[in-house]
Design a protein around this ligand. Structure first.
Ligand code: NDP
Length: 455
């Protein structure tokens, strides 16, 4: 049964432009849409350059730059870039196929997401944790019995990246076509006026195959996320095979990233209420991002150490591991506080005190008034995005644990900074449109975005 409440802007809001979910302005000119969609070209190019720098130039952009100056970018990319091989394609097809089967058939509790703009309240089966465990057990068993080389991933990295790139583009193209020819919820589609931009940011909000196979949750939460820890473990195995030992830094990075990934699956239903699932449409940004960018970029630290083992001092490792754990604790605690206040309708304790919140109202297109709670105490009273700050501490510490000054090992943290700052801006614009004066009141009571006294 569908609830036909459609969220629109709060008429009380002076900044309201009637577009709670929207992307206004893009697509007015070819130039603007080209600029907005340029990541479709720039992101794959960057991932190729990073791959070549890691594989051929010891992770040094300076050496890569010298080679490019001498021979030209095109020549270098063709010579050393990711390969498209039958083996790589077969491996990625098996991987995505396995994850699709687990996603479709493993049992799990059914949870609902948030109302979509067209009023749909979708159900999702939460079986990510069992899929993660089963996949890792399978990897362990197949490796133990010699069926699978545990260092398979770094050993075939070039072919795997080539195939993952293809998969990302293919799924983006298919979702673009699907949005026109067989949309799941036509009223939830978003057209910007520029096909290029629509390809990049997506048209459908929650594309599904049949009733239950949710393409967005699958691609955001399965092939890439589960591969993340597997890639780290495979890099450890590879290092052990080639060096007969595993660097402590690589073990600590794998533990921190494993904690982050495991947290994602343990709290999978929480993910249904985040921006990715509740607000972002499904296009190249999410499809290619999760199929290719996540597994190639989020694992650079492990890739680097797998290729170039090096040891930082024990103090260095202890300090950054502790900062990473603290970042994770902040990330989890802030996210849980928000979830707690929303689930309990505000009837809960935050840091031992009754939760303080603003009841923010917004109107739906059927004229009905609804209320959301904006928590103003705990971490959400300290800053408006303390969860992002925890994530950044964790990201920077996993890069610092490598113990290298090469820019390439810091790419993950730099990316997370860009992503979360940009996310903060667009989310605040959306909240301001949705809640109007109540959001202004929240910003007045909690004036800092990330860190008190800084920003
Ligand atoms: P949030 O979980 O912070 O969700 C933002 C939404 O929460 C807002 O749109 C609003 O939604 C609601 N909200 C805002 N202020 C309050 C408040 N004071 N009290 C209660 N609700 C509030 O953001 P994200 O979805 O971006 O991120 C979730 C987590 O995932 C973060 O910790 C982030 O670091 C992490 N993340 C990691 C990524 C990665 O690649 N590793 C990528 C993206 C995120 P509403 O309309 O419901 O009011």
């Amino acid at each position: 049964m569908h609830h036909q409440a459609v969220i629109t802007a709060n008429p009380a809001s002076p900044s309201s432009n009637g577009s709670v979910w929207g992307r206004t302005g893009i697509g007015r000119s070819w130039f603007r849409s080209l600029v907005a969609a340029s990541p479709c070209f720039l992101a794959p190019l960057t991932s190729i350059c990073v791959f070549v720098t890691l594989a051929q130039y010891e992770g040094s952009f300076a050496l890569f730059g010298e080679a490019v100056t001498k021979e030209g970018l095109w020549t270098i990319c063709v010579k050393y870039g990711p390969e498209i091989t039958a083996k790589g394609i077969f491996a990625v097809v098996c991987w995505v196929g396995l994850q699709a089967l687990l996603f479709r058939y493993l049992p799990g509790e059914t949870q609902t997401g948030q109302y979509t703009p067209a009023g749909y309240l979708l159900s999702y089966r939460m079986n990510g944790l069992s899929a993660w465990i089963l996949t890792h057990v399978l990897y362990g068993v197949l490796s133990w019995y010699g069926v699978l080389d545990p260092g398979f991933i770094p050993r075939n990295w070039s072919s795997l990246i080539g195939a993952m790139n293809l998969a990302g583009f293919l799924i983006s193209a298919l979702s673009f076509v699907k949005a026109y020819v067989m949309p799941t919820h036509p009223e939830d589609r978003k057209f910007s006026g520029s096909s290029l931009y629509d390809f990049y940011m997506g048209i459908e909000l929650n594309p599904r195959l049949g009733e239950n196979f949710d393409l967005k949750l699958f691609s955001n939460g399965r092939p890439g996320m589960i591969a993340w820890t597997l890639i780290d473990i495979s890099n450890m195995a590879y290092q052990y095979q080639t060096q007969q030992y595993v660097e402590p830094s690589l073990i600590l990075i794998t533990i921190l990233q494993g904690l982050y990934v495991l947290d994602f699956f343990v709290n999978e239903s929480w993910y249904l209420r985040t921006i990715d699932i509740a607000h972002d449409h499904y296009g190249f940004y999410l499809a290619w991002g999760c199929f290719c960018f996540l597994p190639t970029t989020y694992t650079i630290q492990g890739q680097y150490l797998g290729l170039y083992p090096q040891s930082a001092s024990k103090t260095h490792l202890a300090v950054f591991f502790a900062i990473g754990l603290a970042g994770y604790a902040l990330f989890r605690s802030a996210n849980s506080q928000k979830d707690k206040v929303r689930r309990s309708g505000g009837d809960c304790l935050i840091w031992g005190q009754p939760a303080s919140y603003i009841a923010a109202s917004y109107k739906t297109s059927d004229g009905k008034q609804h209320t959301s709670l904006l928590l103003c105490s705990g971490w959400w009273g300290w800053s408006r995005h303390a969860n992002y700050v925890g994530d950044l501490f964790l990201s920077y510490s996993t890069c610092a644990l490598v113990g290298s000054s090469h820019v390439v090992v810091w790419i993950y943290a730099l990316w997370m900074t860009m992503l979360l700052v940009h996310r903060c801006m667009r989310d605040e614009k959306r909240c301001s449109d949705k809640y109007g004066a109540a959001w202004e009141e929240y910003c007045r009571r909690v004036p800092w975005r990330f860190v008190q006294g800084v920003w």
